[in-house]
Design a protein around this ligand. Structure first.
Ligand code: GRF
Length: 196
């Protein structure tokens, strides 16, 4: 039976390496039969990920957050999303906390990746936390987004071995390499109900 293609919008704030990995998998990889990226949205006009998405022929929109309070930003974000039809909002390095306004509109349809076990560490700089506390591993978490900061139901987790990592840069490299594979694998599972 042919699987239904889920339409997604990806939200970013910067580098967009997870977004790039998802775009590649959707165009020519494990997500190609189950996922179409209809839009990439950034809250920063200088986000490198916007250029990457444009180079990959994906529609982009910037809703600048600088200078706006969070209610105003979220209203603008909802206005920007409204013309598009999609099933899921996929956060990939999106550094804003979404207000209940957005959560309610897309409840159970917003997914995020976090570089730590969300039960142990929430918020930005998860790799710095893992490095500075001398952890021998970190647990990458893909979860649904609720009103809290990294408090939503966990979808899947995977461990990254950090033993012997001497710098924060090394910790990030090891973690991101796993994130780039794992996020698409988990999205595949969510969109199809099957392991990839
Ligand atoms: C990743 O470590 C992700 O887990 C976290 O923010 C970082 C984003 O990196 N939420 P990138 O923009 O995808 O390169």
């Amino acid at each position: 039976m042919a699987s239904v293609v889920k339409r997604i919008a990806v939200l970013i704030s910067g580098r967009g390496s997870n977004m790039e990995a998802i775009l590649k998998e959707a165009q020519d990889g494990i997500l190609m039969d189950c996922c179409q990226v209809v839009l990439v949205v950034s809250n920063r006009s200088d986000a490198l990920g916007l250029t990457i998405a444009q180079d990959m022929a994906v529609k982009t929109v910037c809703v600048e957050s600088k200078g706006k309070d969070s209610t105003t930003f979220d209203r603008r974000l909802l206005e920007a999303l409204e013309p598009y039809t999609f099933d899921y909002l996929v956060l990939a390095g999106f550094m804003k906390i979404l207000s209940p306004l957005v959560i309610e509109r897309y409840r159970h349809r917003i997914i995020n990746i976090h570089p730590a076990d969300t039960a142990l560490y929430q918020g930005a700089h998860g790799y710095a936390w893992a490095f500075e506390t001398g952890r021998s591993s970190t647990t990458i978490t893909v979860h649904y987004v609720d009103e809290g900061t990294d408090t939503g139901p966990v979808i899947a987790q995977t461990d990254v071995d950090l033993t012997g990592a001497k710098t924060l840069q090394e910790v990030k490299q090891r973690g991101l390499a796993v994130e780039h594979r794992f996020y698409s694998q988990v999205l595949h599972q969510v969109f199809t109900g099957r392991q990839s």
